[in-house]
Design a protein around this ligand. Structure first.
Ligand SMILES: [Fe+2]
Length: 288
């Protein structure tokens, strides 16, 4: 058992039901009238905006424990620096280099893999808590969700150190669930242009955004303790460059519509530098 995150917190991990502000976000009792109304309101928000943002989802005392655990685990982040287009695809030489698919964005982000998230940590307890999984499914309109089976990517934590950023892109996965734990000293804003994938004017909008047009860009405030359920395949988004000594810490909770889903080994190699199946995995240290 890896209890380093708990040691780093200096406090015992907390049960998930006590982490979530259930008065504000009644997700543990979906059969109650309040729970049903809350789910419905969140579902409508997601359909309208392409995301559902819940500030104050985590109670302040639990937020402190989660954030301290997270800070204690950043040494286990693997850092990935690359360039990509907004579709995360290889550029087809048959398409014009100045077209949207030929434009390069820059990403520099670290990630702490699931097998470095403490077995008894608060974050892992939250991820393994069924009411959260079921609530996310209700917001997304999925009859049933399953936790990811990926040994590294099921529940990981993004670490943006000084200079870290995630360039404009659409996600490969339909949706993403993140938890805002620690804001950086400056930068690190989450910006998005909702639900433009597949629109007739998609390429024109993407091109304008890449040219710096801010007309359609929405900036999401970073409020620690916020849960974000986000339809990243339809919505162009980025994290702006982080500045300062304090890293931006955001766990990513992954779910799928079928049991047993994993990332490909190539994706694991890219984001964590290994496949997660090694007998004696190389420990990958943060190079902040
Ligand atoms: Fe993304």
């Amino acid at each position: 058992m890896d209890a380093r995150m708990d040691d780093a917190a200096g406090k015992p991990a907390i049960d998930a039901a006590h982490m979530v502000d259930l008065a504000r976000c009644p997700i543990a009792g979906p059969d109650s009238a309040a729970g049903a109304a809350f789910r419905q309101a969140c579902r409508e928000r997601f359909l309208e905006d392409g995301l559902c943002m819940l500030p104050g989802f985590i109670r302040p005392d639990a937020l402190e424990v989660l954030a301290r655990e997270a800070e204690g685990s950043t040494r286990d982040a693997w850092f990935c620096r690359n360039t990509h287009n907004v579709y995360l695809t290889n550029h087809d030489p048959g398409t014009p280099a100045d077209g949207v698919a030929g434009r390069k964005e820059r990403t520099f982000v670290g990630s702490v893999p699931y097998d470095r998230i403490g077995e008894d940590s608060s974050l892992r307890r939250l991820y393994l808590w069924d009411p959260l999984k079921d609530f996310v499914g209700a917001v997304l309109g999925k009859e049933r969700l399953y936790r990811f089976a990926d040994p590294l990517g099921a529940c990981s934590m993004n670490v943006f150190v000084d200079g870290g950023e995630h360039g404009w892109h659409f996600d490969e996965s339909e949706f993403t669930v993140t938890l805002m734990l620690r804001s950086p000293e400056s930068g690190g804003s989450f910006e998005y242009v909702p639900r433009i994938r597949g629109r007739r004017d998609e390429k024109a909008i993407v091109g304008a955004v890449l040219d710096g047009d801010r007309g359609s860009v929405i900036e999401l405030p970073f409020t620690a303790g916020t849960l974000l359920i986000f339809g990243g395949r339809q919505t162009l988004h980025r994290v702006t460059r982080v500045r300062g000594a304090r890293p931006r810490l955001v766990p990513v909770l992954c779910y799928g519509e079928r049991p047993g889903l994993e990332n490909s080994e190539a994706v694991r190699k890219l984001f964590w530098g290994r496949t997660g199946t090694e007998r004696d995995p190389d420990r990958c240290r943060a190079e902040a």
